[in-house]
Design a protein around this ligand. Sequence first.
Ligand code: URA
Length: 206
Amino acid sequence: MLHVLEHPLITHKLAIMRSKDTSTKDFRQNLDEIAGLMAYEITRDVPTRDVVVETPMGDCHTKTLATDIVLVPILRAGLGMVNGICDLVPTVKVAHIGLYRDEETLEPHEYFAKYPKCMDDAVVMIVDPMLATGGSANAAITMVKRQGAKNIRLVCLVGAPEGVKAVEAQHPDVDIYLAALDDKLNEKGYIVPGLGDAGDRIFGTK
Ligand code: URA
């Protein structure tokens, strides 16, 4: 199911990121901040357990998180969303998935994967700023499912309708979260209007 997290703060920060005149530093900072804001919404339903905490004034019956949260950035652009979420969820564990695209078949292939032990029971958030064709997202979802993950959320900043459709077709059990659903892909597979190459803009490469 697709969720577009429309919020004035998210839209404002995304507008800054979209501008071709925004510096690498500001691009990175706004991406981290949006990732944190999105994570706040996306984790609204995670299970909690009852605990008793002793405050300076006595016992407080309250709740703490009862499940692991695993963040899975797709290398390399997904790394740009990690710090903002780690700042918000200090107990989060961070897996990594590296994919490259075969030049001939254009299919994504795995070159790196590292996971924590707790994938089966965790809330797993796969992060990648751009959901373009959906090829990498679908491959990453298949990989975390092979690790036993069942509660999977795909978190991207900007999505194209083509990518959303591809993920919904292959993994209808996965919730997709976007900050914006854009118009289309161009002939080179870039999202329009989008924000350009997210990896290059995060890392200052070309
Ligand atoms: N990846 C990007 O970084 N940007 C796009 O527009 C599409 C894929």
